[in-house]
Design a protein around this ligand. Structure first.
Ligand code: XMP
Length: 327
């Protein structure tokens, strides 16, 4: 796809038919651009990188190498889904990097949110660059840039970008969805055969659960958060209308709980899990939708069974005054 400006007469991709047309055109253009050269892509499993990967797989198959870095801050089941979809179903060249210890060791004891973000961003680039250095003959770097990223609108990625790519990753860019809006990327993703849960997943910050495990991340609190997040995604995901974003936060604070052992009440300290669900158009302002009380109770009953957790709260703060994430 050449040029960074969406032509005025470009049709909005709203149907399967239009998506198929777009895909056929992209395959042709990608083959022309790439020829017999090799392409590298950081595949997070998010909508944009997944659709970009699926297009490249259709166009150039094994000339593409996808690198999936598991930094330990992904949601439950995400790395497994990336492997299942791309390696098993699409037969892609996929390098899975288990970098969990590396990230969590670097983050140990770090409580400042922006420092955490910087560490995660830098470590990600380092891991990716190390993987790239092991490969021979890479000529192109695939990227799931989408049109709002180019417009630098109030988009999620734009104001949180960690910085540019280092010189060792300075390959020629291949950005097949760069003129598409998010809703179009999703239609194209489904036409490419990606699972609905991948294509329609809610926005998830680059630093992942790292900014929801408030303060210095510990492995036990992070695990509790991952479990709670899976419960909330499952239960709120069943609502007829799902909020724009719905997730959990685990603050670095404990409160008293009580356990009955042989009829004897025993006090202990446990973590609180906070449920957050918001609606927004552009993430600049956000409102809080009503969640039926029985659903809240259903989530509570499951969350308090997670080891170390003894309290569940619901964040009803709007943006402004609060931000969407807790840090
Ligand atoms: P806030 O918390 O600023 O969030 O109201 C606005 C939107 O941005 C997402 N967010 C991030 N996305 N990297 C990202 O890619 C980040 O560091 C980051 N922090 C917040 C947040 O999930 C919400 O959708």
């Amino acid at each position: 796809m050449s040029g960074n400006v969406r032509p005025e007469d470009m049709k909005r991709i709203t149907t399967r038919e239009l998506a198929d047309e777009f895909i056929a055109q992209q395959i042709k253009e990608l083959r022309e651009q790439i020829g017999d050269k090799k392409v590298l892509l950081a595949l997070s499993g998010g909508v944009d990188s997944s659709v970009c990967a699926a297009l490249l797989i259709k166009a150039v198959g094994k000339q593409l190498t996808c690198v999936h870095v598991n930094h330990g801050l992904l949601r439950k089941g995400e790395p497994e889904q990336v492997i299942r979809v791309f390696r098993d179903q699409m037969d892609a060249n996929l390098i899975y990097v288990d970098a969990v210890d590396r990230f969590l060791d670097k983050l140990a004891g770090v409580s400042d949110p922006e420092t955490k973000r910087k560490i995660i961003g830098k470590e990600f680039i380092d891991v990716f660059a190390e993987e790239a250095a092991k490969l021979d003959g890479i000529r192109f770097l695939g990227q799931g840039t989408i049109y709002p990223d180019i417009l630098e609108s109030v988009g999620v990625k734009a104001h949180h970008n960690v910085g540019g790519l280092p010189p060792e990753l300075d390959f020629e860019l291949v950005e097949p969805v760069k003129l598409l809006f998010k809703d179009e990327v999703r239609v194209v993703g489904e036409a490419l055969g990606l699972p609905h849960s991948m294509v329609y997943r809610q926005p998830f910050p680059g630093p992942g659960l790292g900014v929801r495990c408030v303060g210095a991340i510990t492995r036990d609190r992070l695990e509790a958060l991952r479990e709670a997040d899976a419960i909330v995604r499952e239960e709120i995901g069943k609502l007829p209308e799902t909020p724009w974003q719905y997730f959990c936060i685990i603050p670095d604070l404990q409160s008293t709980g009580i356990k009955y052992v042989d009829g004897q009440g025993k006090r202990y300290m446990g973590w609180a899990v906070i449920i957050r669900a918001i609606n927004t158009v552009d993430a600049v302002t956000a409102t809080v939708p009503e969640i039926p009380f029985d659903i809240l109770c259903k989530m509570r009953d499951q969350i308090v069974k997670i080891p170390g957790v003894n309290r569940v709260l619901w964040d009803i703060s709007e943006k402004p005054v609060a931000t969407i994430e807790w840090e």
